[in-house]
Write a protein that binds this ligand. Structure first.
Ligand SMILES: *Cc1c(COP(=O)(O)O)cnc(C)c1O
Length: 478
């Protein structure tokens, strides 16, 4: 069908075969010219000079390879008897070209690191305390389904997501564990919750009643977790109104309170007064619930920072987010637990050049060549999560050595410099097109982390991980 489009890819006259009635064949006029010039049938007599295949339509892939036309292995099979029809690409074969061979930039997720982090943090919990793996935003950019399965296999019990869509993606990825949406979805999404067996967080009476009604209509229970606002002031029932809230919805027979939770605003902060105030408010709300005869179900509050720093708030379950992916939730936790970062980012060099002194590089030409450098280009830019604010402020690793990224980071590409001078005992490196470059990760003694980038940009690692992991870059699991 694409052949019909006026897109520039019109057919070539094909030499070495019968032509009558074939729209891809030479026109009668050129055939005429061949005859009269006496050079008539060069093509007919020398079929082997056709670089697109030597023996008519039956040329197989290996013959094509032998001649350098590796693309022939992606051709549709052609009936050798009739040798009929134009050769064309087979979409199924084209699909077999791996993503990292289509574009030389990708992220790699080490699932053994996810397993290690889950086990390491699970080991810090009292026996019987459950663990929720938070896999929102596609597992912080690491791939929600694969990370969820790995975490569940390594000891996690529950999954947390931000949206109903994220929960559905897990169910469609054949994840069977309990899933909690960490906020209250729109009422219009209730059928999805029940259809995919996904629990909402609840903090409005209207949602609770509609959810209960919908479940009742299908003779189902309507399990949920109650979100309590203890000071983050983002979502939840006010900590001193919890009993009142529950009394408003308690009449509904389908509603089932499975858990009660709050979220800390300052678990990663050095100062802990605000943290303690939230803890006390939460515990007072729980006590009031129990006094009024409500069973709070699974009680949970701790995010990664609190899991590591404050065992006194582990309660019945903890919610493991950033640390699951091997990233430290705060500077203070660095010395408290050893984690393994699961994400690395890699690329291959697509072009290189030597520049004379003072030639500029990239938009604005802000960087000027000192004259002794090779400039290498990699196909990764800010549309891939390599934030433009890192321009000239991050290093790449080639053959175990750090190289300075130079010039403005573009949307799809950026450059780095390789010092070509020889001095001291330094190993001189001369990178070539196709060589691998580490944007985030470790090789030998050299390491560049998401943490480094977050610090440079004055933000948190969550944002940097998601920038790379939720971009158009392909993701490889290793
Ligand atoms: C995202 C989130 C978490 C996980 O937080 P981390 O700091 O990444 O561990 C826990 N609880 C709630 C409610 C969240 O939204």
């Amino acid at each position: 069908m694409y052949e019909e489009l006026p897109n520039g890819f019109t057919g070539m006259p094909r030499r070495g075969r019968a032509t009558t009635g074939n729209p891809w064949a030479p026109t009668p006029r050129s055939a005429q010219a061949n005859v009269s010039s006496g050079a008539s049938s060069a093509a007919h007599k020398m079929p082997n000079d056709n670089p697109w295949g030597s023996s008519g339509w039956s040329a197989n892939a290996s013959a094509g390879m032998a001649q350098g036309s590796f693309a022939l292995s992606y051709a549709r099979e052609v009936d050798p008897e009739t040798e009929d029809g134009p050769r064309s690409f087979d979409p199924d074969k084209l699909r077999m070209i791996p993503a990292a061979d289509r574009r030389w930039a990708w992220s790699e997720i080490d699932l053994s690191a996810i397993r290690y982090n889950t086990q390491t943090l699970k080991a810090r919990l009292r026996p019987g305390v459950a663990m929720m793996a938070v896999v929102k935003a596609d597992g912080y950019g690491h791939g929600a389904v694969r990370c969820a399965k790995t975490a569940l296999n390594a000891g996690a019990d529950y999954l947390g997501v931000a949206t109903v869509e994220e929960a559905i993606a897990l169910r469609e990825g054949l994840v069977n564990a309990p899933i909690l949406v960490l906020s209250e979805p729109p009422i219009s999404a209730i059928p999805l919750l029940l259809g995919y067996k996904v629990m909402p967080s609840i903090y409005s009476v209207e949602f609770a009643i509609q959810y209960g009604e919908a479940a009742d209509a299908f003779s189902m229970k309507a399990p949920y977790h109650l979100a309590v606002n203890t000071g983050m002031n983002r979502i939840g029932v006010a900590h001193d109104h919890v009993v009142e809230f529950l009394r408003q919805i308690d009449f509904h027979r389908a509603l089932e309170l499975r858990g009660t939770f709050t979220h800390f605003a300052t678990a990663d902060a050095v100062q802990s007064l605000d943290f303690e105030r939230q803890q006390h408010r939460f515990e007072a709300a729980l006590a009031a619930m129990r006094m009024a005869g409500f069973n709070p179900g699974i009680v949970h509050a701790a995010n990664s920072a609190a899991i590591i720093r404050f065992p006194q708030v582990h309660y019945d379950m903890v919610r493991l987010g950033i640390a699951l992916y091997g990233l430290q939730p705060a500077d203070i936790t660095r010395s408290m637990v050893e984690l393994r970062p699961a994400m690395s980012v890699k690329a291959r060099i697509t072009d290189t050049r030597f520049l004379p002194m003072s030639e500029g590089v990239s938009y604005g030409l802000a960087y000027r060549s000192p004259g002794s450098v090779k400039i290498c280009t990699v196909p990764i830019g800010y549309a891939d999560g390599l934030r433009r604010g890192l321009s000239g402020r991050t290093d790449f690793i080639v053959s175990g050595q750090r190289m300075h990224q130079v010039g403005a980071i573009c949307m799809d590409q950026c450059m780095f410099e390789v010092d070509m001078r020889t001095y001291g005992t330094r190993r001189r490196i001369d990178p070539q097109v196709g060589d691998e470059v580490i944007i985030v990760g470790r090789e030998g003694q050299s390491i560049v982390t998401l943490d480094d980038m977050a610090r440079t940009l004055d933000t948190i690692t969550h944002e940097i991980a998601i920038g790379f992991g939720c971009s158009r870059m392909t993701r490889l699991f290793v």
